[in-house]
Write a protein of this length. Sequence first.
Length: 375
Amino acid sequence: MKISEIKIAKRCRGDMGDLASLAASIGDVGLLHPVAIDSGNGLISGARRIAAFKLLGRESIPAVRVEGLDDAAARLRAERDENTCRKGFTPSEAVALGERLEALEKPKAKQRERRGKSADGKAGGRGKKKPGGKLPQGSEGRTREKVGAAVGMSGKTYEKAKEVVQAARSDPKTFGKIAKDMDADGKVDRAYRKVRQKRREDQPPPKLPPDKYAVLYADPPWRYEYAQSDSRKVENQYPTMETAAICALPIADLCAPDCVFFLWATSPKLLEALAVIEAWGFSYRTCAVWVKDKIGMGYYVRQQHELLLIAKRGNPPMPAPGNRPSSVVNAPRGQHSSKPDKVAALIETMYPKRPRIELFARKARPGWEAWGNEL
């Protein structure tokens, strides 16, 4: 095909690499794989080969027309495996190419939609509705895996790289450097974590409710000074807060004159937790302990428990003798930083008729008001 007839859009690849070596290889052994074009002569892959052919002074190049994702993906895998002069994609380049490959699936989806609508129209009210234009269950995941394999990634890594690239496109000032660093070091997971962390940090805190509560239950997002590795940082899971920022929250506005406060604290954050109790206008009374079924990390001892501090404001009533639980709660560990549901149930038993609120909540709980940015 004449090179002048091929429509080359903005290249997926930012750096052409060593074209001279590729041109020399083509001159010696020929072109291992033709360039791939779509039905409108738009280039799918082969920008470097075209550039090498131009360097050799050639006006035409072998080309093959691809009609769908499977065909394009198979050809790209063959190129990656066999063309020793091929320059590897940066993650951003892989995403740009992957998005073009994904676009090859859209016409098929539209055809399925048209066929589905046509079939629905002929159903005649017999109750046998034909499938519409949505991809079959799981097909989106299969497309992701095909595209990822075609550009040299797992499907999961491709999706992470894609999120980083799209974030950089939408907000270059905030995310552009993260994408640039990802292309420089090839570390997609690290860049993905940074994007997610940045988005969580920029999320505005929800407004506190206007009501007053006699029972407060809180699990603050403590910020830790040390982590064994970047992948183990708490910030990979949720946005953390400095202790001073937690203390500064206007929690007094939520409190009834007589109020009891249940506050979770890990062993390293005990002093900070006591500071929060004081800053929020409470006085420490006692504590309970949650003993976990699995042992965790630790620099001096490996942690297998967390503390539930109990404080009061004013003169809240004591739980009835029959409603006072053991100070030791044995319960399995759940997802990162989540607390056992049985603890909230114990608090309900201790104070069955008092208005309750859970602060920094992850989910709504029947019988409770909840406040938190994960709701």
